[in-house]
Design a protein around this ligand. Structure first.
Ligand code: SER
Length: 316
């Protein structure tokens, strides 16, 4: 991995991954792309191009012209948005992925794309969900993610494309807010804690989902991409997680920093249904054994850092 093209670079993962990769591999060796421009260092501090991932020809041209050896495909609709517009989600999530895989095949590039805890469904074992298990998701996002996992395996076994990926849990960060996911409450809660000392959760008390702080997610991507391919048994869709948490766990962690913080509930049935179909906690053993995955942030350490960084961002 020396020269990298990123799709969806202005999204929640992309905006931090782009900057981390530029720092490590050199500013001109990370080509950020997104469907829109924004006032962001991703656009102003290194190569940036407009790219709709449904435009295969442009994706191929950019990868050729910049002579990249790696593509990281992040552009996608998240779970709640996909549920509101399932046909568009299929077109964008699957169309974009197959285009990116085709570019990787054509130009012999290394490939990364994230899957998600959304790739599991109600018939999956709920606790310590194993790496290899039942995957019958009941959301369009989940259908996209399982299909994507299979497609990445297929491009590896059929064409020898060096595809790699993880199943991310809910990702928490202070840089860019997620757009339209089920786990977004775990980001909103920090903003609201600082702004109003209170938060109304659309996810019910006692609903456990896996979560991870963005610095651990970025490290995981880079570590997996740099890992010795011969040692990878799974290659794609490694379970990764840093914590299993419910809204009241965030409440307790925030109250350690802001004692008068209050949490209330107003459950959104669409997102609650999605959350209920996902595991409570997944098992990341294969990722640890095959490429040394080890997250650094638990909920308290994450909360301290998140509130600290957000205070500065919000000018408090
Ligand atoms: N955070 C994502 C979502 O909620 C899970 O992949 O959609």
């Amino acid at each position: 991995m020396n020269k990298i093209l990123i799709t969806g670079a202005l999204g929640q993962i992309g905006s931090e991954l782009t900057m981390a990769l530029r720092e490590k591999y050199g500013k001109n060796n990370v080509i950020a792309t997104d469907i829109r421009e924004a006032d962001s260092p991703v656009v102003t501090q290194g190569p940036f191009e407009i790219l709709d991932v449904q435009d295969y020809d442009k994706m191929l041209d950019l990868a050729k012209n910049y002579e990249v050896d790696t593509i990281m495909h992040l552009a996608a609709l998240l779970s709640a948005k996909a549920e509101n517009n399932p046909k568009f989600a299929w077109d964008l999530n699957m169309g974009g992925l197959v285009n990116a895989l085709e570019v990787a095949r054509e130009l012999e590039l290394q490939f990364f794309t994230p899957s998600s805890i959304g790739a599991f469904g109600p018939s999956t074992p709920k606790k310590d969900t194993p790496q290899d298990t039942i995957q019958r998701p009941t959301t369009m996002y989940g259908v996209n993610k399982v299909s994507g996992e299979l497609l990445c395996d297929y491009y590896y076994s059929r064409f020898g494309v060096d595809t790699r990926g993880v199943r991310f849990p809910g990702l928490i960060s202070y840089v860019t807010e997620p757009g339209g996911g089920t786990t977004d409450y775990a980001v909103e809660i920090y903003y609201e804690a600082l702004k109003n000392k209170s938060y109304t959760s659309y996810i019910a008390e006692g609903t456990y989902m896996d979560m991870m702080y963005m610095p651990d997610a970025i490290n995981a991507i880079i570590q997996l991409m740099e890992a010795d391919g011969d040692k990878l048994e799974h290659r794609n869709a490694f379970n990764v997680t840093a914590m299993s948490a419910a809204p009241e766990d965030f409440e307790k962690a925030i109250q350690k920093q802001i004692p008068d913080f209050e949490l209330s509930y107003d459950v959104d049935s669409v997102r609650q249904k999605i959350a209920d179909s996902w595991p409570d906690s997944i098992d990341a053993d294969c990722a640890s054994k095959e490429w040394g995955f080890k997250p650094e942030f638990d909920i308290d350490k994450m909360t301290e850092d998140m509130l600290d960084k957000l205070k500065t961002k919000l000018g408090q």
